[in-house]
Design a protein around this ligand. Structure first.
Ligand code: UGY
Ligand code: MN
Length: 266
């Protein structure tokens, strides 16, 4: 049954577990915020209103205040709400990934869990109707265009329609949710590891990451720290932080991860 639970059910469960834990050990959390990475675990989530998104409560897990050039938040709709593109944000592109419930996009496209939408900067006509009690992950970023590459299109799709690749020298299964076209300045990857599988490359790179572990558990290396992680945990990785993941437990570890791409690191 655990394998069928959505990440939000796991987040809920660990928040209530943490209440009983806190009653014996107040102040304890697995969250850590360092100069070059952050781990934000469910017992630390703080929900707030989002300007321009009525009836949406959002727990911001990563923002430029941490040093990132993007934001990542977990959002919850208390009742049905319609949103227009990226709202009133200037030059901001937005990516939405449905975790629970349903979001209905343009042309009545229904986004159920695993469904996603990319909303290009300046898109104000596309209406998204977010059903009551839906939970979704949002990434926002100031769009960085590239001369001669045009602007990215609006995309509404589902991860199950995305081709699975196994990158050279690795064993994990990778879905790139966005096209590789140079008009995009980031991509969102969904990565699956069987228990016992791990990243071969002990990565160090200029790109930033915003990660939510959707299922499973394992050990994340961040800088010099080896940290136990479980579904519901969010991680910010700053440029050049050494990073590695090894999957443990009995079910597939799946994470969704933001990565800036296609722009000169200079
Ligand atoms: O593509 C990546 O950089 C990805 N493999 N990084 C990661 O999983 N930490
Ligand atoms: Mn990486």
């Amino acid at each position: 049954a655990a394998a069928d639970a959505t990440v939000y059910e796991q987040i809920r469960a660990s928040r209530s577990r943490s209440w009983s834990f806190f009653s014996s050990l107040p102040g304890a959390t697995r969250s850590v915020v360092r100069d070059n990475y952050a781990l934000v675990t469910p017992e630390s989530h703080v929900y707030a209103d989002l300007p321009g998104w009525p009836r949406i409560a959002a727990a911001c897990l990563i923002s430029p205040a941490m040093g990132s050039h993007f934001s990542m938040y977990l959002a919850f709709s208390s009742s049905e709400v319609e949103v227009k593109g990226c709202g009133s944000l200037q030059d901001v592109e937005r990516f939405i990934y449905v975790i629970e419930g349903e979001v209905v996009g343009p042309n009545d496209k229904r986004l159920q869990p695993g469904g996603f939408a990319y909303i290009p900067a300046g898109e104000s006509d596309a209406i998204f109707s977010i059903k009551e009690s839906s939970v979704f992950l949002v990434y926002d970023r100031q769009y960085q265009s590239m001369a001669g590459e045009g602007v990215p299109p609006l995309i509404v799709d589902h991860q199950d329609n995305i081709q699975v690749e196994v990158p050279d020298g690795e064993v994990f299964r990778l879905r790139r949710l966005l096209p590789m076209s140079k008009s995009f300045d980031f991509n969102i990857h969904v990565m699956d590891f069987d228990p016992g599988e791990f990243l071969n490359v002990k990565e160090v790179h200029y790109n930033q990451h915003g990660l939510l572990l959707l299922t499973g558990m394992g050990v994340y290396r961040l800088g010099d720290d080896y940290i136990p992680v479980t579904a519901g945990d969010a991680i910010y990785m700053a440029p050049f932080v050494p990073q590695w993941f090894g999957a443990l437990g009995k079910e597939i570890s799946r994470y969704i991860i933001y990565k800036d791409t296609n722009r000169n690191p200079l």
